[in-house]
Design a binder for this molecule. Sequence first.
Ligand code: MG
Length: 110
Amino acid sequence: MAVMTFKELQDFIESQDALFRSLKSQSERERVFARTIKLGEEYGELCNEVLASVGDQRKDKLNGKTRDLEGEFADVVIVAFMLAKAMNIDIGTALAKKIKTIKEKHNKQL
Ligand SMILES: [Mg+2]
């Protein structure tokens, strides 16, 4: 399986955003709320997978489902990017700024 580039991820987000806009008549406010709620849902699914993978999930919550830890990480990233898109956040710029800040912080501690 080929590794996806950041540009390919951004292109996918652009196409998904355009598709959802063509399928759903929502105000920008409704779109932001929907994606925020969806991110919470996906984060919950990721938490469930993490708990299951370390053997700490209750048996009644496992539901005999096939485990998909990687897929749930991907869902969280995709929905977070979709939410950023809905809020006109340039996620590439946001990540670059944050990584720079983190590096500077860590360099001060060394
Ligand atoms: Mg999911």
